[in-house]
Design a protein around this ligand. Structure first.
Ligand code: AMP
Ligand code: MG
Length: 343
């Protein structure tokens, strides 16, 4: 298949929208990461997304809409919490999980009776959804398991020839995927951390917000048996996507965690040691507390280091248990397959 390379200009968005409307696949930029879009209400188109990504079919997709009121096409009832989230955070990098209407195909939701919905704020994404005239199911536009794509060239590296078109826009502003908030359980629960934090959601809802226990467990399990890695099946996450090995670079990867100076020293020690053995080593060490920047750069750093062909990536853990740093750590630990040393 020849993948059409499009711009964000109106005539190209129109072409992309027509492709979506007739059941095709289009990668497009959002503010979080690039998405691989298909008509969310067309079962066959959605099946083709799983196929192109090599994504397990029980891992549901986020449905993207261009007007908040379009959520009514997908869910039967708007609770006060849903309304508060929409008013405070949409458009933006926050996805909510709500009860689904029967018209949303099981394929789109991985057989669940809930659906994940988001209204992005990136203009090309909104233009595309508006012109296509249908909600667009869009997981990240990468091959399943590899780092999420934050630049058009990352999408091309993974999906060129496997999809109908790509809209080549700007690099993504946020750099990590949306926060996923489940509003179907008793307490609002974060299933995937992102740059919209628990604290800001609590402020908007006026009530406590939980983390899915698997998120905190994942960070703790790693202490038990770092050498063996962690069996992902040990976790029972509510969000199916959280159980798969994710975001993995081609290189081996090790996360070094601890007090900042010691982390720097240990990374340097391991770098020298490994280079002496003939390994090419890449280092990811963000400025202390620069969490937003870390989110923006993390996936692109992984992909650049893979492109350079490094054998080993040494990454310094961010110390943050709740906010944006925690969201980046969620990705970093998965990328490393929970391969971590504490110093
Ligand atoms: P991605 O499409 O790669 O950004 O991943 C979407 C994330 O949202 C995955 O972790 C999914 O498991 C999660 N998700 C999508 N729909 C649902 C749902 N109905 N219930 C729980 N999690 C969901
Ligand atoms: Mg993904």
């Amino acid at each position: 298949m020849n993948t059409l390379k499009l711009t964000t200009e109106a005539k190209d968005i129109e072409t992309a929208a027509q492709i979506i409307a007739r059941g095709g696949l289009v990668a497009f930029p959002t503010e979080t990461v690039y998405g691989l879009g298909a008509n969310a209400l067309d079962e066959q188109a959605v099946a083709a997304v799983y196929e192109a990504k090599g994504r397990p079919s029980d891992n549901p997709m986020i449905v993207h809409i261009a007007r908040a009121s379009d959520i009514g096409q997908l869910t039967p009832m708007l609770s006060p919490d849903i309304v508060a989230i929409i008013e405070n955070f949409w458009p933006g990098p926050l996805t909510i999980v709500v009860k689904k209407k029967p018209s949303v195909p099981d394929r789109t939701t991985g057989g669940l009776d809930t659906v994940a919905v988001r209204m992005p704020d990136a203009k090309p994404a909104l233009d595309l959804i508006n012109r296509a005239g249908v909600p667009i199911a869009a997981p990240s536009a990468n091959l399943s398991g590899s780092p999420s794509p934050t630049r058009a060239k990352d999408v091309i590296a993974d999906l060129d020839g496997r999809i109908d078109a790509i809209i080549q826009g700007e690099d993504c502003r946020v750099g990590i995927e949306s926060t996923v908030l489940d509003l179907t359980s008793k307490e609002p629960t974060i299933l995937r951390p992102g740059i919209i934090t628990a604290e800001s959601i609590e402020a908007a809802l006026g009530k406590p917000v939980k983390y899915d226990p698997s998120l905190k467990e994942a960070a703790q399990h790693v202490q038990l048996d770092p050498a063996a890695g962690v069996a992902e099946a040990d976790f029972q996450p509510k969000s199916p996507g959280m159980k798969y090995r994710h975001y993995a670079p081609k290189a081996d990867m090790l996360v070094v965690e601890g007090q900042r100076d010691r982390v720097k020293e240990e990374i340097e020690r391991l770098r020298v040691l490994n280079e002496r053995l003939g390994n090419q080593v890449g280092v990811i060490l963000f400025e202390e507390k620069a969490f937003i920047e870390a989110a923006h750069d993390f996936f692109s750093r992984l992909r650049d280091l893979d492109r350079e062909g490094v054998d080993l990536i040494l990454a310094g853990a961010l110390s943050d248990t709740d906010g944006v740093g925690f969201a980046v750590m969620n990705r970093m630990l998965k990328s490393a397959g929970y391969n971590i040393v504490r110093v």
